[in-house]
Design a protein around this ligand. Structure first.
Ligand SMILES: [Fe+2]
Ligand SMILES: [Fe+2]
Length: 145
């Protein structure tokens, strides 16, 4: 059986490769470029949704400890920052400007490192087998990796 961390780390790489695909597009056509951007944004949103609503939702109250709760709050803040930047990038593309891919890549990579070092390793300690199975089913229902 696959595990949560492996699947989500694979998804981190997949998101970065979608971003590279957007960056390499030479489309002068705004609509074509926008389509690639939309695909990337949709996949990022699904990934964040899974993390906030199921994978780490147990940590969204202080019940599991203040330390892990603070990490969860930081994670949500970073998600918001990335989504706000995606809104800016959407405007840049629509107005025919070159999107600020370097900035979004930096934010995304730092965010992924934060999760991989500080949050994902906690899952094994904090979740029981039933919770893990429930989360795995939800991941597999939302993203195809
Ligand atoms: Fe995340
Ligand atoms: Fe993530």
């Amino acid at each position: 059986m696959s595990n949560i961390v492996d699947l989500m780390l694979k998804d981190h790489l997949r998101l970065l490769s979608l971003l590279t695909r957007l960056e390499r597009t030479n489309e002068k056509d705004v609509n074509l470029k926008y389509n690639k951007f939309e695909t990337f944004k949709w996949e990022v949103e699904k990934h964040f949704f899974l993390e906030e609503k199921t994978i780490f939702s147990k940590f969204s109250t202080k019940k599991e400890g203040v330390k892990i709760y603070n990490l969860y709050i930081e994670l949500v803040k970073q998600h918001e920052k990335i989504l706000n930047l995606l809104d800016e990038i959407k405007k840049q593309i629509m107005q025919g400007f070159e999107p600020d891919i370097i900035r979004i890549r930096d934010l995304l990579i730092n965010h992924q490192k934060f999760e991989e070092k500080l949050i994902y390793p906690k899952l094994d300690e904090e979740l029981d087998e039933n919770e893990k199975i429930k989360i795995l089913n939800r991941i597999e229902g939302i993203i195809q990796i």
